[in-house]
Design a protein around this ligand. Sequence first.
Ligand SMILES: [Zn+2]
Ligand SMILES: [Zn+2]
Length: 318
Amino acid sequence: MPALVSFDLILLGLKDPGPTGRSRFASLMARLTERDPMEFNDPAAMKGAPLFEAISAQRAREITGLLEEAGILVEIRPVPGRPPSGDREVVATRECPRCGFIQPAGDPECQKCGLIFAKWEREQIQRMQRERQLEETLTKLVQVREEWRAKAKRYLERHPLPDGAVAPFQKRLHHGEIPFARLESAEGPILMTSRRMLVTKGGTTISIPYEIIADVDVGGGLTLKKDLVNLQLKFAGPLPVGQEQLKSLRLQVTKESATMRDVVMDWAFARSFVCGSCGASDMDFRVQRGKVHVRCMHCATDHEVDLEEAVAIPLLSE
Ligand SMILES: [Zn+2]
Ligand SMILES: [Zn+2]
């Protein structure tokens, strides 16, 4: 014959309302209810609310004993005429992570602002994964950059730059960027650095990351003067320069500079933008609002290219 009375356990407070007491409360409640301890992280907000509802006399005694040991003060409130049904149930609360509204736990969405909790939690996990991914990408980028700096230093040891070679480019150089070679062209000087080529053309200096150079052509075609040689840089995608989008850039270099074609090819061919998400180097270039974008052909992650920094930054969708 079922009992005709059941009990609610009402939270009165904690003996120790400090962090230790609160954490004991959360972990014991989580154990008793098999729920997430996060649901019990604000006992002050749960004061006066039933922790357990419609439980049997025996269950009430067991639980009260455990709660008392943990310094949790409860009132045992009998409800005559209501048989026990909730020996495993609990009324807990949760705080909306967006608007802060406190409501009974277990609701799928916030009563006040409509946030769907499961969706929010899923997004949090995805955001953390993306942030970790980005961090790994940046760590790799720093390592790679260090290798190219070392390579530039080794080159300089064998071929020191003449005095003043870097002067016209000084303002454009970034911290940690190592200039290591200079070429001369009819259009103006060209500087090769550990990061990119800085090319003077029509009075402006164009930043060309090696990663965007797909091919290098030397010789062929007419030049202004006999002692000049065509050096054509072909790009993997359009390069925005002012209002134009260049697919390639033709420079007329001196014969002496033309002998450095192998150095240009070495740096241009060894490097390509790598996908920040999957590490593939199969990238599709396009220009969007004046900026170079590369999309990974492997996993479709979109990146924005910083032409000054010579990096492709993965764009994390919200
Ligand atoms: Zn809310
Ligand atoms: Zn990818």
